[in-house]
Design a protein around this ligand. Structure first.
Ligand SMILES: *[C@@H]1O[C@H](CO)[C@@H](O)[C@H](O)[C@H]1NC(C)=O
Length: 388
């Protein structure tokens, strides 16, 4: 037996062999701490890893396809177009998109444009006093056409450069308020969503098996009464996102229709159902609302009887609905189960480390415990050699 402390040199240390000895500490404090930490670890493994995170399951993320069909009729009465009825082919642009659809809600119409010459809209760059201010052939990316080199009257007070363009030019005005296609709030959209979890060979669609044809022809989604109906009124979508449809319709915007498929495939398949939530995706920060909404231009072209090409230019404002599908499915699998059991056991080992540390560094009688915990034994073989 030796009463020297730790090893004196590295070489000596290297040839020490450590074996464990059971030291039972009869202390209520340490005993309680030990059981308490063990209970914490077990609660974590069972409560969080197993029950909450379903650590015994293998998981897979969803693959999905989405198709949409909008229905509804709108009536407008404008000076440019007169009384006019708008149907799906008029207000859905383009007719078919991947996972999203655009509904025209408002517009600025400039009819009867032809390729001709007219005075540019007055801006800092286009206002002029003489022909010298207008360079012939110059074309400004932010302007309206190619300059002819002449300075002409825009109105009684302002002169601007003349351009070759589609004239008359579109006027710089705010979009109409209330929006032209205010009726769009009552349009409905059928969203068909097929999903697949390839790892588990599981397919499902959002038209659930309990929905029949006659229900589908008359239902409208409502969180309280018809939570499974895949037909949504546009106004409801916007209002669920806490927005006002008519306000949003003026400048347009982007809405997200989120379909979440979180499925526990250890449970009956009928429990695997889509959950719909709605969110506005574009920025409508009231503080810095520069360039709000969503708009683009398109035109319809005609040829007069005398052969001149004419077009109606439409600056269309509208709401784009993006259908976003996400989700995760889990099913029992032996590999993650074993991995999590292993991790749990390793954590239990950590309890000893923590208790040891507390006993050896924080307790009042730590020196006493240290003495008991480490025992140094010399090489008996060597000892007997020395004795002879
Ligand atoms: C939409 O439908 C509701 C109820 O059918 C009706 O009261 C409302 O006036 C309609 N909205 C528009 C803009 O026509």
């Amino acid at each position: 037996m030796s009463d020297k402390g730790c090893c004196d040199s590295v070489g000596e240390c290297f040839f020490d062999y450590y074996t464990s000895k059971i030291l039972v500490i009869r202390s209520k404090k340490v005993g309680t701490l030990n059981r308490f930490t063990q209970a914490l670890v077990i609660a974590y493994v069972i409560g969080y890893v197993c029950v909450l995170k379903k650590g015994y399951q293998d998981t897979d993320t969803v693959l999905s396809s989405v198709t949409t069909k909008v229905k509804g009729i709108a009536l407008t009465n404008t000076t440019e177009l007169g009384e006019r009825v708008w149907d799906v082919a008029d207000y859905i642009i383009p007719p078919q998109e991947d996972g999203s659809f655009f509904v025209l809600t408002n517009m600025i119409i400039t009819p009867n444009q032809t390729q001709s010459k007219c005075a540019e809209n007055p801006t800092q760059a286009s206002i002029c006093t003489s022909h010298r201010d207008c360079k012939r052939g110059f074309n400004d990316a932010r302007g309206d056409g190619v300059r002819t080199g002449r300075c002409v009257n825009y109105n009684d007070t302002i002169k601007t450069c003349e351009v070759l363009s589609w004239c008359p030019l579109e006027k710089i005005v705010e979009p109409p308020n209330p929006p032209l296609l205010a009726d769009a709030e009552n349009f409905t959209v059928l969203i068909k969503n097929n999903i697949r979890y390839p790892k588990f060979n599981f397919n499902k669609r959002n038209i659930l098996p309990n929905i029949n044809n006659s229900y589908l022809t008359q239902c409208v989604f409502s969180r309280k009464t018809d939570p499974d109906c895949p037909i949504f009124r546009l106004k409801d979508i916007v209002e669920e996102a806490e927005e006002d449809f008519q306000t949003m319709a003026i400048h347009g915007g982007v809405m997200g229709v989120q379909i979440r498929w979180d499925c526990d495939l250890d449970m009956p398949q009928s429990w695997c159902v889509p959950r719909y939530t709605f969110r506005r995706l574009d920025n409508k920060d009231p503080e810095n609302n520069v360039a709000p909404g969503y708009n683009f231009r398109f035109a319809k072209y005609y040829k007069d009887s005398d052969g001149t090409e004419t077009r109606t230019l439409i600056k269309g404002y509208g709401i784009r609905f993006d259908v976003l599908v996400f989700g995760q499915a889990g099913k029992f699998n032996i590999i993650p189960t074993l991995l999590n059991i292993g991790a749990g056991l390793a954590l239990l080992g950590l309890v000893n480390v923590i208790c040891d540390w507390i006993v050896l560094t924080l307790m009042k009688r730590k020196h006493h415990y240290k003495e008991q915990k480490y025992t140094y034994v010399d090489d008996f073989g060597l000892l007997s050699n020395e004795e002879t």
